[in-house]
Design a protein around this ligand. Structure first.
Ligand code: SF4
Length: 337
């Protein structure tokens, strides 16, 4: 692990010229570590059933009007084995916290992808039993994304995030010990969040056994208890990303698509200009996208063309190595042929 500069509260409030300088420093640090390479992965959402009730999320279980679905493993396998965009090296399989989908859809899909492709496989499925995470790891997934979202335990409880903060960070440690490369994430600009809270997010991330971490701006969902709240700002989100890049130069830090919601037209590219080194192409089949609230804002879906244009416009290049191989290589483990 490469340890860099400790973040400071003033970093997170930077604007104007000092902010430009700060972001350029973070981008330079990313280039020093990764060259011009940016990892490109695809994401498929396999289920929007969720047993959790996070106040900031439109998939929470109390949102009873949402049409729920689970994808078909064979249909997704056909898409990913035979019709995936050529630029992607990894796939992230994502869902609400739905152990049924994890067992019946994700596990067979991971087995098929491992048999038929050399794609790196990440999962983002919430907290699952250790027998299920072990099965997923044995089947060929290697990166587990489990976000802590909020570093303050009382605020975590108030937002009805999954379990307790201690359980969530315990799960991150358990997964890392089980052999996963773990990535986490947190939200910038949740209602009531102070600069000290934002800094605490970075410090908690630094204390965990992570290979990467995301920062997502808070975007109030229409169908959530926070629907009337202000969005998180692009400035705060990018300042957190820059501070994180300088804090952990070797972490994989994604440019999340919500950057375009916080900063229409420019947000995503500014993420790449602030030290992000991972882009995600959305591959969720169109007919189920309407059940994902975010997709009602169709123009913000990051398809292959938009991702490749953003990467090229910033003078960057698509990595030929997969994220999974990069992380395996760092641990001295064999990479896939
Ligand atoms: S953030 Fe995740 S765990 Fe929480 S309600 Fe949404 S899908 Fe479920």
């Amino acid at each position: 692990m490469s340890i860099g500069r400790e973040p400071e509260e003033t970093d997170l409030a930077a604007t104007g010229e000092p902010q430009e300088w700060f972001h350029a420093l973070a981008a330079a640090r990313a280039r020093q570590t990764f060259g011009k390479s940016v990892f490109v992965r695809g994401v498929v959402e396999v289920s929007n059933f969720c047993r959790e009730n996070c106040r900031y999320c439109g998939m929470r279980r109390d949102h009873r009007d949402l049409g729920r679905y689970r994808a078909d493993a064979d249909e997704l396998a056909e898409l990913l084995v035979h019709h995936r965009p050529s630029s992607l090296t990894d796939i992230n399989i994502q869902s609400g916290e739905d152990p049924v989908a994890a067992r019946d859809v994700v596990l067979p899909l991971v087995r098929t992808l491992r048999r038929e492709t050399t794609l790196g496989i990440s999962v983002c499925l919430g907290t699952l039993s250790s027998s299920l995470t072990r099965d997923l790891l044995e089947a060929g997934a290697s990166v587990n994304i489990i976000k802590f979202e909020i570093a303050d335990a009382a605020r975590y409880d108030a937002m009805e995030a999954p379990g307790t903060l201690a359980e969530r960070t315990g799960e991150i440690r358990r997964l890392a010990a089980e052999g996963w490369r773990v990535s986490s994430g947190f939200i910038a600009g949740l209602p009531g969040q102070t600069a000290a809270d934002a800094l605490a997010n970075l410090r908690l991330a630094a204390s965990l056994p992570l290979s990467g971490c995301s920062v997502s701006p808070f975007i109030p969902g229409d169908e959530t208890p926070l629907s009337g709240a202000e969005s998180g700002t692009l400035d705060l989100t990018l300042n957190c990303m820059a501070a994180m890049r300088l804090m952990r130069p070797d972490w994989v830090i994604p440019a999340v698509s919500a950057l375009n919601l916080a900063g229409p037209g420019t947000g995503y590219r500014r993420g790449l200009r602030t030290g992000a080194n991972l882009c995600t192409i959305n591959l969720t089949p169109e007919r189920v996208r309407n059940d994902y609230l975010l997709y009602k804002r169709d123009r913000f879906i990051m398809n292959e063309q938009r991702i490749l244009e953003a990467i090229a416009s910033e003078g960057l290049e698509v990595s030929r190595a997969s994220l999974a191989d990069h992380l395996a290589d760092k641990r001295g483990e064999p990479v896939l042929a």
